[in-house]
Design a protein around this ligand. Structure first.
Ligand code: F6P
Length: 342
């Protein structure tokens, strides 16, 4: 059997660990051979391939990024996209595909599975917003990077009696802000699921200054103020999946805090630092186990499934369970962080 592998969407730490596990078990246990599709769905769409075997996977376990490359290509937005993918898979002699991606890449996989393509999905995203799985890989690494940044920002904020606003990734879901904010002892965590009142933020900032500590406000890039209720955009331009580029909410909040409280406030944007570099041990473990289960699903012909962490088990769920609806932070989970605000 010949299996194609691709990684799509924003990269995240652990992609290479999945590829390695898929290939190692595929070759050693199932006797499969592989073709690597480069740059997400652009690979099978345009016939961009690379050799993929045990040799190509040596040494990649701790490496960030993806040896296959990635893109945000949406075949459903292109003329004859699906036919071109089907033709190229047939031309390459590929019987099944392992697609590693987030809501967009696996959204495409869900639709292709309905159209008869033999595909299994592995959930990746630092945002942790895919349903059906307790965690996606990449999230733990992003949270650790953000937490370390918050720890460092505490000491400099205290030395200068400044407010520091830390902008983290999270377009629709505030998981990174919530987990790193709790772990890092933030004075306030602002997430897309809970529109914030800037006056309330300023009250909490003043409260924190009454202690000997300085306020750290952690904000997801997709957070929205109650007043004016709009996301803060870098540009209005949309990608192939209709997403605008977010950014700037940290600066906006810092400026408001300065103006309303008189305290000096600065913003720090963590950006792609959260997505780059070596994965944590947890993400390597999760990515590896997802990869092992994905190639077993292929071997069993169990297509149209997404790998899912449930407790400590790796289960398979229908792709639509992962991609149908985003997994958002609930009111109860947000309330846990609120105990520490101010
Ligand atoms: O989906 C993952 C993610 O990192 C989001 O948190 C973020 O909004 C987006 O990707 C940024 O994408 P890009 O690197 O393409 O600007």
């Amino acid at each position: 059997m010949r299996v194609g592998v691709l990684t799509g969407g924003g990269d995240c730490p652990g992609l290479n660990a999945v590829i390695r596990a898929v290939v190692r078990k595929g070759v050693k246990v199932h006797g499969f051979d592989f073709v690597g599709y480069r740059e997400g769905w652009k690979g099978p769409l345009e016939g961009l391939t690379m050799e993929l075997g045990i040799e190509q996977c040596r040494g990649i376990l701790p490496r960030g990024g993806t040896i296959l490359g990635s893109s945000r290509t949406n075949p459903f937005k292109l003329d004859n996209g699906v036919e071109r993918i089907k033709d190229n898979l047939a031309k390459d002699g590929v019987d099944a595909l392992v697609a590693i991606g987030g809501e967009d890449t696996l959204g495409v996989a869900t639709r292709l599975a309905d159209l008869g393509v033999n595909v299994v999905g592995v959930p990746k995203t630092i945002d942790n917003d895919l349903s059906g799985t307790d965690f996606t890989f990449g999230f733990d690494t992003a949270v650790n990077i953000a937490t370390e940044a918050i720890d460092r920002l505490h000491t400099t904020a205290e030395s200068h009696h400044r407010v520091l606003v830390v902008e983290v990734m999270g377009r629709h879901a505030g998981w990174i802000a919530l987990h790193s904010g709790i772990a890092g002892g933030a004075s306030m965590v602002l997430i897309p699921e809970q529109p914030f009142d800037i006056e309330d933020v300023c009250t909490k900032v003043k409260d924190r200054f009454r202690s000997k500590y300085a306020p750290i406000v952690v904000v997801s890039e997709g957070a929205v103020p109650m007043e004016g209720g709009e996301m803060t955009l870098v540009s209005g331009e949309k990608d192939a999946f209709g997403h605008v580029r977010l950014g700037g909410i940290g600066d906006r909040i810092a400026a408001e805090i300065e103006q309303r409280t008189g305290a000096e406030a600065r913003a720090v944007v963590l950006g792609h630092i959260q997505r780059g570099g070596t994965p944590t041990a947890f993400d390597r473990w999760l990515a590896t186990r997802f990869g092992l289960q994905a190639i077993d699903a292929v071997a069993e012909g169990d297509y149209g499934k997404m790998m899912a962490l449930r407790g400590t088990r790796i289960d398979r769920v229908p792709l639509i369970e992962g991609t149908g609806e985003l997994k958002l932070v609930s009111d109860e989970e947000y309330a846990e962080a609120q105990v520490f605000f101010g």
